[in-house]
Design a protein around this ligand. Sequence first.
Ligand SMILES: Nc1ncnc2c1ncn2[C@@H]1O[C@H](COP(=O)(O)OP(=O)(O)OP(=O)(O)O)[C@@H](O)[C@H]1O
Ligand code: SF4
Ligand SMILES: [Mg+2]
Length: 326
Amino acid sequence: MPEPILEIKDLSVYFYTYAGVVKAIEKVSFDVYRGETLALVGETGCGKSVTSRAITKLIESPGKIVSGQVIYHRNDGSTIDLLKLNEEEIREIRGNEIAYIFQDPHSSLDPLYTIGYQIAESMEVHGRIKNIKEGIPKVISILREVLLPDPERRVKNYPHELSGGMKQRVVIGTGIANNPKILIADEPTTALDVTVQAQILELLNELKRKYNATVILITHNLGVVAETAQRVIVMYAGKVAEIGTVEQIFKNPLHPYTKGLLKAVPNPMIKVERLEAIPGTVPNLITPPGGCRFHPRCPFAKEICRKKVPELKEIEDGHFVACHLY
Ligand SMILES: Nc1ncnc2c1ncn2[C@@H]1O[C@H](COP(=O)(O)OP(=O)(O)OP(=O)(O)O)[C@@H](O)[C@H]1O
Ligand code: SF4
Ligand SMILES: [Mg+2]
């Protein structure tokens, strides 16, 4: 039996904007298994980033986590609900046990400090090193691990002195500096060109193996999913549509939305911005459609789809779908 490291239960996040309450994610539930790479996929705006950020309460105003639990299973067997921690306690977890790698390396790095200083600082904050000066040899070894060329010299560089791919290696270095148990990578390669993308993914895979980490990978790119993940969560309009192994999702997709996603990408390396195979766009989440949120775009919609929210049901071992067809 796979052992969960995270259990996300009924997680809802709303944004209280002037235009109205954006129900960004609603009752999202799924487990993350220890040691796996779990991919989160879906069109733009479906709630992937909000879900991953809410795991460590990284939701800023006007956003609010309105319900849910995130049960974290520590290595020693104890469990805690991360959403119950106060700001100081969650900060200790964030960056230390659960680290993020964001899409845009430019905004993840501070232009005013050298990259060596920035990695060392994150290690000092979590007590991995006594002070920044003494930590520099450790930083250099991390830069070597993320395959940054000439780390002894680069450690003194400022972000603007590095290429995009190099910056993303530094951001990954900051991510792994404290040996996290869970690495959340939100579109870590989108801002990079294709050959650099492949190198960064290879690096992530390698580090995951080496550190025995669990990875949550958010991506638009279904080719990346097939190559790097073991399981997939498909999200639509702030809800989980389908969960399964890579094989279940790619060979036997159940949800009409998942089928559309796959049909829209005969070449899985293409980024999915919009589903050409299914007309329409993601609904506005201030007044989402009632019942199944996909019903205005679904070719199989029935009467019940407009009225009743479909529950997530297990159809075969580990393969869940939220759809009234099943
Ligand atoms: N600060 C905010 N204020 C208002 N609404 C927000 C805010 N941040 C996110 N949202 C809304 O939450 C929903 C989910 O957004 P999220 O960023 O999680 O999507 P995503 O799946 O990560 O999309 P992408 O693939 O484009 O990164 C969207 O409808 C978005 O408009
Ligand atoms: S519940 Fe109905 S509308 Fe929603 S995906 Fe299934 S068939 Fe389509
Ligand atoms: Mg996002």
